[in-house]
Design a protein around this ligand. Structure first.
Ligand SMILES: C[S@@+](CC[C@H](N)C(=O)[O-])C[C@H]1O[C@@H](n2cnc3c(N)ncnc32)[C@H](O)[C@@H]1O
Length: 317
């Protein structure tokens, strides 16, 4: 089989499109803002704390003690707050962190570097990020941990298609993850990244011998039904600022502290936006009868399904 190769730095443009700026949050901290989609990165409590609470803090990084390598897929590298939060967390463990950062626009990272005076989280890593931008792949020691950090440049859905078809070098070059940061703007602004097809492929990409925890800041019913229908277990994720909860998903129920209970299906029943996206077009629709029936078969609800009201089960639309 052909040996995997890393794309040459010259083949990757640094800027795909413009449209980012720094903005100051209500708490005084600075964060990146994408004017193209009108969304602010880590908008509630700022990049450093939000990355720690929602991403590095939820993936059970203590598993580094038992896994020979701890693989993280950082989907939506952006200004690297999530990536750096996991590097910081890993530095307390003796082990190997393999961090794959997926991104189709390196402008936010460059902007973050240029404004490091406003973004303290990036300051200890300025040299490392400069090297990463030139080589796209970097290995270094940080605290007790050995870090391998690689940028996978390009459109994530396209990459995932190639990855899951096992037909290309990607399948060999990138190992299945123990954690996924899913941080790619909202379903409304970036529907390409929230189709049922994407999450089914993401589920297929996991190795069920490696429990994997996916963290997303969204708590949308649409995202949760999509994850369940794609074959994930789904739970309530950590709160952040005034946001009461976020979403976590896994191929192992044991990794979820707060799996969605069967009573959550009542919310699905009432929701006007629960049907998964079939194509990269944002639509808000109640869950279809076909998907309602599939949802009831989700393994995480099966143990308790007899407790669920028969009337709900046979609901007609
Ligand atoms: C909210 S920002 C991520 C913030 C980042 N995790 C951080 O810690 O700073 C979303 C990122 O996802 C990237 N993105 C969106 N759609 C993508 C796609 N189809 N393929 C690859 N990257 C994508 C955007 O370019 C953007 O940088």
């Amino acid at each position: 089989m052909q040996k995997p190769t890393v794309p040459s730095p010259e083949s990757i443009p640094l800027t795909r499109h413009s449209g980012h700026k720094l903005i100051q949050l209500a708490n005084g901290q600075w964060s990146l803002h994408c004017t193209e989609v009108s969304e602010t990165y880590h908008p509630v409590i700022g990049p450093e704390s939000e990355a720690e609470q929602l991403y590095a803090g939820q993936i059970h990084i203590e598993r580094m003690n038992s896994l020979s390598e701890f693989v993280v897929w950082d989907i939506g590298l952006g200004g690297a707050a999530n990536a750096l939060s996991v590097i910081n967390a890993a530095s307390n463990y003796t082990g190997k962190l393999q961090l794959y950062s997926f991104e189709h626009n390196l402008e936010p990272l460059i902007l973050a570097l240029e404004n490091s005076d406003k973004l303290p989280y990036i300051q200890p890593f300025i040299q490392i990020i400069h090297k990463l931008l030139s080589h796209r792949l970097l290995e270094f020691q940080y605290g007790s941990a050995h870090i391998k950090w690689q940028i996978i440049y390009g459109d994530f859905p396209e990459w995932l298609n190639r990855y899951t078809s096992h037909s290309t070098e990607e399948s060999f070059a990138v190992p299945p993850p123990a954690a996924i940061f899913y941080d790619a703007f909202s379903p409304k602004k970036n529907p390409d990244m929230y189709t049922l097809d994407i999450f089914k492929k993401l589920r297929v990409a996991l190795d069920d011998n490696i429990p994997c925890l996916l963290a997303s800041y969204s708590r949308a019913t649409l995202l949760r039904t999509t994850l369940l229908l794609a074959g994930f277990y789904v739970g309530r994720g950590a709160a952040t600022g005034e946001k009461e909860e976020t979403t976590v998903a896994s191929n192992s129920l044991a990794l979820l502290k707060n799996p969605l209970p069967i009573s959550w299906l009542e919310r699905v029943r009432r929701s006007t936006s629960a049907e998964p996206l079939y194509s990269p077009i944002y639509l808000q629709e109640p869950l279809s009868q076909k998907h309602w029936e599939k949802l009831l078969l989700a393994p995480q609800f099966q143990a308790n399904i007899s407790l669920f009201d028969k009337e709900n089960k046979e609901r007609k639309y």
